[in-house]
Each structure stands twice: as structure tokens, then as C-alpha cells.
Design a protein around this ligand. Structure first.
Ligand SMILES: [Zn+2]
Length: 64
């Protein structure tokens, strides 16, 4: 069993995440849900929010 075969979600390095809507800079922020909190990205320009679930869906479906 090779360690490199393990699929780790947080291996990609993204220093700057750009907003899909306005290409503004997104900041890593903590968000509070109903029962727990999570880390996500928020656009400082238009307020677009991307949470880990959305990111996972995008990776899975490969939006063109
Ligand atoms: Zn934006």
C-alpha cells in the first residue's frame, strides 16, 4: 500500500482563490451552520460563498 495512492482532499495549494462571478479575491473564512461550523470561501467583492460541499460537487461533476 503506497501512501501516495491515498486521496487527500487538502493536497492542492491555492494561495489565491478567485470568485467565479466577479473574479474578485476570495477569503478563507469560518461559517456557522445550524449545528456546526465549517471553513469556506467568501468573495470580498460580491459576497459569493463557496463551502466545502460546493467545492466537492464541482470536483465531482466537472462543470464545463
Ligand atoms: Zn465575487
Amino acid at each position: 500500500m503506497k501512501e501516495k495512492d491515498v486521496d487527500v482532499i487538502h493536497t492542492h495549494k491555492e494561495d489565491k482563490v478567485r470568485c467565479d462571478r466577479c473574479t474578485g479575491i476570495m477569503v478563507h473564512e469560518i461559517f456557522f451552520g445550524l449545528h456546526e461550523y465549517f471553513w469556506g470561501w467568501r468573495c470580498i467583492i460580491c459576497g459569493e460563498i463557496i463551502d466545502p460541499v460546493i467545492l466537492e460537487n464541482r470536483r465531482g461533476y466537472k462543470i464545463l
